[in-house]
Design a binder for this molecule. Structure first.
Ligand code: ZN
Length: 130
C-alpha cells in the first residue's frame, strides 16, 4: 500500500519531476488542496509506469480549474499519453480537494470546487461570514 501524501514537499521528494513545474514567486507551491495530493501521487506513478514521463513528456503545471485537477504538459510524446493523463485527472471530480474524502462538484456563486459534504458546509459558513 502506498504511503499517504501529506505535503507538497513530500510529493516533490517522491516525484522529482514535479520540481520543474512553473511556479510563481509569490506562490511557490501549486495552489492545490491537500485532498488531491494522493491523486497526484497516483497519477505520477501511473504515468511513470507507462513510461510516459521523461524528456518527451513533461508536466509543466498543475492547477485547479473549474473544480477539476488540470495538468499542463510539454513535449507531448503522443496523444495517448495526454489522454491517459486527462482520464486519470478526471477522478478529481469525485475527490474532495480539501480533505480527500468522496466529494462532488459544488457550484457556488463565485467559485466551483470539488468538495465533500463537510468541507462544503464549512465553505458555505465562511462565505456567509465574509
Ligand atoms: Zn472534504
Amino acid at each position: 500500500m502506498r504511503e499517504k501524501m501529506k505535503t507538497w514537499k513530500q510529493l516533490e521528494e517522491k516525484h522529482p519531476e514535479l520540481l520543474t513545474l512553473k511556479k510563481s514567486r509569490v506562490w511557490p507551491m501549486p495552489d492545490i488542496g491537500e485532498g488531491w495530493h494522493d491523486l497526484i501521487d497516483e497519477l505520477m506513478c501511473a504515468m511513470k509506469k507507462k513510461g510516459y514521463i521523461g524528456e518527451d513528456f513533461k508536466v509543466i503545471q498543475v492547477k485547479e480549474k473549474f473544480g477539476g485537477l488540470r495538468f499542463y504538459v510539454d513535449g507531448l510524446k503522443s496523444m495517448e499519453a495526454h489522454s491517459h493523463l486527462m482520464d486519470l485527472a478526471d477522478k478529481s471530480y469525485k475527490i474532495c480537494e480539501k480533505c480527500g474524502k468522496v466529494g462532488k462538484l459544488r457550484d457556488g456563486r463565485m467559485w466551483v470546487k470539488t468538495l465533500c459534504d463537510e468541507c462544503n458546509k464549512k465553505r458555505e459558513v465562511e462565505n456567509e461570514t465574509n
